[in-house]
Design a protein around this ligand. Sequence first.
Ligand code: ATP
Ligand code: MG
Length: 356
Amino acid sequence: MNYKITVLPGDGIGPDIVSEALEVLKVIGKKYGHSFELTEADLGGIAIDKHGVPLPQSTIDACKSSDAVLLGAVGGPKWDTVPGNLRPEAGLLGIRAALGLYANLRPAIIYNALKDASPLKSDIISNGIDIMVIRELTGGIYFGKRGRLETDGVEAAYDTEMYNRTEIERIAKVGFDTAMKRGKRLMSVDKANVLESSRFWRQVVEEVAKEYPEVALSHMYVDNAAMQLVRNPAQFDVVLTSNIFGDILSDEASMITGSIGMLPSASLGATKLGLYEPIHGSAPDIAGQDKANPIATILSVAMMLRYSFDLPEEAGAIEKAVVSVLDNGYRTVDIASAGTTVVGTKEMGRVIREAI
Ligand code: ATP
Ligand code: MG
């Protein structure tokens, strides 16, 4: 098959890590007989420099006419003085909205070889951690009605959380579909003991569950989930939650792994077109120095193969190669420890390709 990919290297270490990920994709194409047609476009600071805006129409058009989008990272001190709506980060929010990407998938994995990096005690993570957090990305309190007012002569402000049936049904389906591809367990996180929007969330998720009799669904309040992620993270497989709760819990889940340079993400919508990017930022302090860890971006390519192209075997080949390279002691500086072999961005990419 021929797959069209729009590549947005972005700023800082973006170009360094994206080029390694594309080399990995090339090797996968050769090994499994796929061709990947790449189109590069500008997003973020580089787009501000070249086009005067962080998200040019030409970039939106390129993304819309492709099967998937691979993004490096955007932003950096150079654009810190640019006004808010023209910031590099506004380009990122803009492209997610333009593509209607309402589901954000963030795996949090503690690799055996990197257990020491986790801030959690070794007995808590002894059997490894492999959690997928699914966050609703285009609704809820971040998009609800908000404002300032005065009540009884006192200044006040408000934000509102609202979810409609369609929004909950579609994100719940992503949750159940993901659970079907994994351990067939889904934990929906809400605050149904207090919030009406959460009670409705729980009701609709229960209804969608009827279409997935094989998946074991359970519910947890968000305050308890925040606690359980630290106390006993091994109990989680797929976690499904709203925009604001997912924002907080996905950061918490990624930090318990202790290695930000390792974690990929996928943003999905109604079609197979998804956007794939590492969860870390543009790390301007190490840009262009062959120091950045390319693994999060390489694993983002694996997610692309799995979710946009339905190529789980190819995705698995990349994931296995990463595990074997870590087991063989290769580390970039950010994940280095005593007795390991420290390599640069390019060498890390090369050993992963060799392992594939
Ligand atoms: P943002 O605001 O864009 O989310 P940030 O500025 O808060 O990001 P990052 O850009 O992710 O944070 O960088 C935080 C720290 O982690 C920096 O010191 C950076 O060098 C390091 N870092 C981030 N990504 C990587 C990576 N892939 N490899 C090595 N180090 C990284
Ligand atoms: Mg940054």
